[in-house]
Design a protein around this ligand. Sequence first.
Ligand code: XMP
Length: 315
Amino acid sequence: MFDPQKFIDDQVEKTRSEVKGKAIIAASGGVDSTVCAAIVSRALGDQLIAVYVDTGFMRKGETKAVDGMLKRLGVNHIVVDASDEYFTALEGVTDPESKRKIIGEKFIRVFEREAAKSGAEYLVQGTIAPDWIESGGGLRDTIKSHHNVGGLPSDMSMKLVEPLRDLYKDEVRKVARALGIEVAERQPFPGPALAIRIMGEPTRESVDIVREACAIVEEEIEKAAAAGKMNIPWQYFAVLLPVKSVGVQGDVRAYGYTIAVRAVESVDAMSATYMRIPHEVLESISTRITNRMKAKVNRVVYDITDKPPATIEWE
Ligand code: XMP
């Protein structure tokens, strides 16, 4: 029987005896890296520095929430606003795979810079068992390269510390609860974040539109689910389309953007079916989006395709 408290005590003890010097961790706000930071922070105090990188593509209120959570846990951390760098690197970039590559590489560069500044000798990672098993660490072939295993800078000379290496997700959640970390059963969120929910160049303006629209979609769907009108979908979000279409503003014709709303049911994201959302919920989403972003968005559509033939994200 897995005992989360014993696990925490053992890992604090082990970290204390093995790590002799400064350590650094990239904290995303996700459960794995937060649990890891909390445990190592208990062992090392301010010798651990957690780095949260604000790429500019985070959800509404996300940076503030992560900052607050790390503060509450007493984890010594910094919030790096790297958004200018990200927006500059993505100027004119519209191809989704290029966006992903640039965002991933930029993250490594920003983190390396902070690691060099901190003088850390140890790199702490929230790797859990499925990450390294699926990355070819066990007997199985490489299924996919996980960012926290495959994405490590090859020339980083720090020693690796992975306290959660043998845990499975349900065990990490138990440890999180024992540490007093709120484990929200949040929907999966892609690494490149809102940047891949903009069809076209991610600019501050386009990210602001899709961030606001995503927040409205989440609020309205969660409200409807709490009222028993529907189940919580596997994923639900908004996408900003690059086409402008005509609408009316006051009594003049004006062109505005279109927001597509996506909500799907799925078990493992390999296939998905579009969610049958009650029309009244779709209507509140549409009304709130067009009211909130008057002059920018004049049309809201709902995506009724399954995966396959579509995918969950639009890019
Ligand atoms: P698709 O769009 O391929 O998505 O049906 C399947 C699942 O993967 C997520 N997704 C990503 N996650 N980096 C991630 O970490 C990415 O680049 C990425 N692209 C898609 C998507 O949100 C869904 O859960």
